[in-house]
Design a protein around this ligand. Structure first.
Ligand SMILES: *[C@@H]1O[C@H](CO)[C@@H](O)[C@H](O)[C@H]1NC(C)=O
Ligand SMILES: *[C@@H]1O[C@H](CO)[C@@H](O)[C@H](O)[C@H]1NC(C)=O
Length: 703
């Protein structure tokens, strides 16, 4: 009556007090048999004879079934589950050995060490939630209580087990549930910090762990921030085959998760109003719907014949509309993916589409210089708004749908009355194409983003003058949006960053992480999250609450090229930040930064490490002359053992996956030698790895 799904005999034994005289499943089955009028066994799984049994017992016999209250039963299941997990879980439960062992080749073991704890591993936190805050559970939630000990000792083993049972997303749910519970019962506790860190850890590494259970210890530990509590707790479990680890940031960045799946630039992204779903539109001609809580792609809608520029949810999240270069707008059923309407009428590319607040109207903006207003249910075009002298790139309804604002290539923003189609105002001030426009909630403010690299704030009611110009992006601004409470403004730029502003125009935060232009940005309804779409083909989810700026140690722009010296002691990197850096390849320390303008490629060191050949000529590395010639053999063959996969997602050794690379650390350029690999990243970072080749050879030779 208290379990969340049918439960197998051995699972039951891990979460109840089994009487001493019961020695095995066979005895337990006997007891179930005695309860024949309520319980049945199908194979080894116990279930109620009928759902009404439960209702009957709850109604008629609740005091007999739960003499100490139902909470106590939940508490007991929770605490026994946690104990069973602690007893069973360990590193590499299935003896897979190889760090990159793919989940689809994992076979269930017989006997399966996971069999008895599968239920416990997924549902322990649900049971805790149901009995909290009972007196007992409060002790368990102290920093040194059972939950804290579990996270301290077993968290990574638990993630490995969840991955082996293909249940990682249920695990993520439990962590989130636990976090909410602690926010109300144990605010400011160490345990809450631990659990928060645990959630960041699993979100960041979901793809790696889901596909390769043992990557929880390699990619998971190596690429988590140095001060992540999870990483610090488990340093002893870091792989022994890595001698030198790259330096990773100190703390988690504001980026929660990166959604990968589109095969081309992502042009538009939007949250559903309950913030549970995210939809994205891409140049790959598809629209995708994602689960916002775990980043899984739920649907891919195909139907447009050209790139999709814009996507929007209706306010009840039942409909989705998309605008495409194929000159149409499509309306989709968001749950089935059926295309309900194809709106034809524009004579050029359609850049933008938006629903009115009540979803009865749809408006679309096109390169044909018009805005069209459509009736959603019939697909009839009600109005064509003419006035812009050039293509219309973006449009938005006011909260009450009475006004419509449009941004155009003609460098103006126009405000229209929806009912009459009259143009009320033309806002002039940008010096170049306006890419995006947004109303504040009460419609008193309008913000516009332009190719002139600025955002302008306008007072919509009283004047046609710009109140303020926000200048901080270094390149064109592609998208701007107010949060729903209008307390924040977010902008996305060609400079690969997103900026958060307060409505008075102060830049609060710069979010870095995309490796290419950011095309679209949107808030979740509660303004806690931000999603961004980029031509790096990904969508990133951000936490908007108080993170400090990241300072990157390294280049300030893409690392276009890296090369190692013959003796592998030095590494040179070239970046679009117009510098070349020379690094100590064994410590990752930067020796020298040379400003010489844009260098596309650093080619090679000379044998004495005194000169560096680049496509802009030879640089003399005078700093190193006192080091004297280094003793190397220029003919030393490049070691073939280590490789970066062609999609840049992992480092392999003799064709075994060794280390999964999180999206932000996938290389633009790389160099390798005997046992050192260097990756140059879009963020400007240069990562150094040195592997213990004999140990790895040994590891793979025996398996
Ligand atoms: C999204 O994922 C969460 C967490 O795993 C899950 O509880 C929820 O049911 C999922 N939603 C959909 C629509 O699949
Ligand atoms: C937006 O404005 C409307 C009408 O003024 C108000 O009812 C609503 O609560 C506001 N929404 C938010 C998120 O502030």
């Amino acid at each position: 009556m208290t379990v969340y799904r049918h439960i197998a005999l051995n699972e039951l034994a891990s979460c109840i007090d089994v009487p001493e005289e019961v020695e095995d499943d066979f005895d337990l089955a006997g007891i179930i048999g005695l309860c024949g009028s309520f319980l049945t066994l199908r194979g080894r799984t116990i279930s109620l004879v009928h759902q009404s049994t439960k209702d009957f017992l709850l109604r008629e016999a609740v005091d007999e079934v739960f003499p100490n209250g139902e909470d106590m039963v939940h508490y007991s299941i929770f605490s026994k589950s946690l104990r069973a997990l602690a007893r069973t879980l360990q590193c590499d439960l299935y003896s897979l050995v190889s760090p990159g062992y793919p989940i689809d080749q994992v076979k269930q073991l017989d006997p399966d060490p996971l069999a008895a704890i599968r239920y416990a591993s997924i549902y322990w936190a649900n049971h805790l939630n149901r009995c909290s805050p009972s007196k007992n559970a409060i002790e368990d939630l102290q920093d040194s209580g059972s939950v804290g000990i579990f996270f301290h000792d077993n968290y990574l083993h638990w993630l490995e087990a969840l991955s082996l049972s293909r249940s990682l997303s249920e695990g993520v749910d439990s962590i989130r549930r636990l976090e909410r519970l602690l926010e109300t019962t144990a605010e400011n506790s160490l345990l809450l910090s631990r659990v928060r860190d645990a959630r960041r850890f699993v979100l960041y590494h979901t793809i790696a762990i889901e596909n390769h259970p043992l990557q929880v210890y390699s990619s998971g530990l190596i690429f988590s921030p140095a001060r992540s509590l999870t990483r610090m707790q488990f340093t002893t479990q870091e792989p022994a085959w890595i001698i030198q680890k790259p330096t990773i940031r100190e703390r988690w960045s504001a980026c929660l998760q990166t959604l990968e799946g589109h095969s081309d630039s992502v042009c538009s992204v939007i949250f559903s109003h309950d913030s549970k779903l995210i939809s994205s539109a891409s140049e790959d001609t598809t629209v995708k719907i994602w689960n916002a809580s775990n980043g899984h792609c739920l649907h891919t809608f195909q139907g447009h014949s050209d790139p999709v520029n814009s996507v929007t949810f209706s306010h009840d999240s039942k409909l989705l509309a998309s605008a495409s270069n194929d000159e149409t707008v499509k309306v989709w059923d968001a749950s089935s993916g059926h295309c309900l309407q194809t709106l034809e009428g524009h004579s050029e590319l359609v850049f933008s589409v938006t629903f009115s607040y009540d979803s009865k109207l749809l408006a679309s903006a096109s390169d044909d210089a018009t805005v069209k207003v459509w009736e959603t249910s019939s697909g009839h075009c009600l109005q064509t708004l003419k006035g812009h002298s050039s293509g219309v790139s973006s449009l938005t309804f006011s909260y009450d749908s009475k006004l419509l604002a449009s941004a155009s290539d003609d460098a103006t923003v126009k405000v229209w009355e929806t009912s009459s189609g009259n143009c009320l105002r033309t806002l002039k001030g940008h010096s170049s194409r306006v890419n995006s426009v947004t109303f504040s909630n009460a419609s008193e403010l309008l913000a516009s983003a332009s190719n002139d690299a600025t955002i302008k704030l306008w007072d919509t009611s009283s004047s046609e003058h710009c109140l303020q110009t926000l200048e901080s992006h270094s390149s064109q601004v592609n998208s701007v949006t107010f949060s729903y409470d209008s307390k924040l403004l977010a902008s996305a730029s060609e400079d690969a960053t997103i900026k958060l502003w307060d409505p008075s125009g102060h830049c609060l935060q710069t979010l870095e992480g995309h490796s290419s232009r950011v095309i679209s940005v949107t808030f979740s309804f509660n303004s806690k999250f931000l999603a961004s779409a980029s031509s790096d083909k990904t969508i990133k989810l951000w936490d908007t609450s108080g993170h400090c700026l990241q300072t990157l140690k390294g280049h300030s722009s893409w690392v276009s090229s890296v090369t190692l010296s013959y003796d592998s002691k030095l590494l040179a990197s070239a970046s679009y930040d117009e510098t070349v850096k020379v690094w100590d390849a064994s410590t990752g320390r930067c020796f020298q930064t040379i400003d010489i303008g844009t260098v596309a490629s650093v080619k090679s060191f000379d044998i004495t490490n005194s000169y560096l050949e680049t496509d802009r000529g030879t640089i003399c590395l005078s700093l190193f002359s006192e080091r004297g010639p280094t003793n190397t053999d220029p003919e030393m063959p490049r070691f073939k053992g280590y490789n970066i996969s062609s999609n840049g997602r992992y480092i392999s050794f003799n064709s075994n996956i060794l280390l999964w690379l999180p999206p932000e650390y996938r290389p633009i350029s790389s160099a390798g030698s005997l046992s050192t690999i260097c990756l140059g990243c879009a963020s400007g970072q240069v990562l150094f790895f040195t592997f213990d080749s004999p140990r790895l050879l040994n590891l793979f030779a025996t398996h």
